[in-house]
Design a protein around this ligand. Structure first.
Ligand code: TXA
Ligand code: MG
Length: 357
């Protein structure tokens, strides 16, 4: 299949669409309406979009990603009112969260209506609903009929794409069109909160933290314990969270402890890898970068800058692949606030390999 790259002007990224770009978005919307798939930017990561109300389109999404079909898709809408057609019983708390955080990087799990096919929700009787803030995404969803199922636009198991070049790498030849709309500002997938239980629970941490959610709902909102504990026997309730994910091709290990101990441990491991003939890489904060002897050093930003680290994480993981690094060591991050999401993704990328020094 030929894949068309639909490039939009810089102004369109701010939501000021010129006539030419509007026509491109209408055309992309038509592709989705007719049952095809289009990759598009959001404020978190690029999505792979198809008509959420068409079971055949959902099947195509699973196929293009190589994803198990028991892993449900998030349905993207362009305005909050559209939720009423796909979800029944919208709790008061969901309205409150919508008021505070939407459009934005928060996905809510609600009881679904019959209009949403089982293929889209992986057979569940709930539906995950997301109203993104990215204006290109919203314009496309509108043109596509209002309901777009979209997982991250990566091959299953790979880091989610935050830049169009990585969408092209994974999806070229598999789908009819990719919209190039620049980089996602947040860089990690949306927070998912299950609104069908009381109290609601976070199934996937993200930029909207449990503290922020607790603040609005006036009660303590926790993260699903199966998401936090690697050794939990209980499966996570967002089915996608059980799979190994976000992984670079090289072997990634997190080294945790105080700075000096971490640096000397990593340098020791690098020396060993060198003797074994491996190309080595380190993911470090800006301040420590020049203290490592690795072949490739990637910087996550100033120490403690969670936004910078989240924004860069997936691109850095993929860039180790671009440079064919086979042994990667990462410094650890604090799990406070947005850090819970960063550590969640990093631990999964590392297959929970952590060395504590
Ligand atoms: O930021 C995002 O949410 C991105 C962009 C493209 O919008 N999308 C995304 O989709 O991350 P995906 O498919 O890569 O991850 C969706 C997650 C999976 O872990 C899935 O199991 C969970 O959401 N999920 C979807 N529907 C669910 C439901 N009804 N109940 C529980 N978990 C659900
Ligand atoms: Mg994904």
């Amino acid at each position: 299949m030929d894949t068309e790259i639909i490039k939009l002007e810089k102004e369109s990224r701010e939501g000021i669409f010129g006539r030419a770009d509007l026509e491109k978005l209408i055309r992309a919307g038509e592709i989705i309406k007719k049952g095809g798939l289009v990759a598009f930017p959001t404020e978190t990561v690029y999505g792979l979009g198809g008509n959420a109300l068409d079971p055949e389109a959902s099947k195509k999404i699973y196929e293009a990603k190589g994803r198990p079909s028991d892993n449900p898709l998030i349905v993207h809408i362009a305005e909050w009112d559209a939720v009423r057609k796909i979800a029944k019983e919208i709790p008061e708390d969901a309205e409150k969260l919508a008021e505070s955080f939407l459009p934005g990087p928060l996905t809510m799990v609600l009881k679904k209506t019959d209009i949403v096919p089982a293929e889209t929700t992986g057979g569940l009787d709930t539906v995950a609903v997301r109203l993104p803030s990215n204006r290109i995404a919203r314009a496309l969803i509108r043109e596509a009929g209002g309901y777009v199922a979209a997982p991250s636009a990566n091959i299953s198991g790979r880091p989610s794409p935050t830049e169009v070049k990585y969408v092209i790498e994974d999806m070229m030849g598999r789908i009819p069109a990719i919209i190039d709309g620049g980089e996602g500002e947040i860089g990690l997938e949306s927070t998912i909160i299950d609104m069908t239980i009381s109290p609601p629970q976070v199934l996937r941490p993200g930029f909207i933290t449990s503290e922020m959610l607790s603040g609005v709902l006036g009660r303590d909102i926790q993260i699903d314990s199966a998401v936090i504990n690697a050794d939990s026997k209980q499966p996570p309730r967002a089915p996608g969270m059980k799979y190994r994910h976000y992984a670079p091709r090289g072997e990634l290990v997190i080294v945790e402890g105080n700075d000096d101990a971490v640096i000397s441990k990593i340098n020791e491991l690098i020396a060993e890898d060198r003797r074994g003939g491996f190309k080595t890489g380190v993911m470090s904060c800006d301040e420590n970068g020049n203290r490592y002897n690795a072949d490739v050093i990637k910087l996550t930003g100033p120490f403690g800058d969670q936004k910078a680290a989240a924004h860069r994480l997936y691109s850095l993981l993929r860039s180790f692949d671009d440079e064919e690094v086979s042994r990667i060591y990462a410094e650890s991050f604090s799990s406070d606030g947005f850090g819970a999401a960063i550590m969640n993704r990093l631990l999964k990328a590392a297959g929970h390999r952590v060395i504590r020094v």
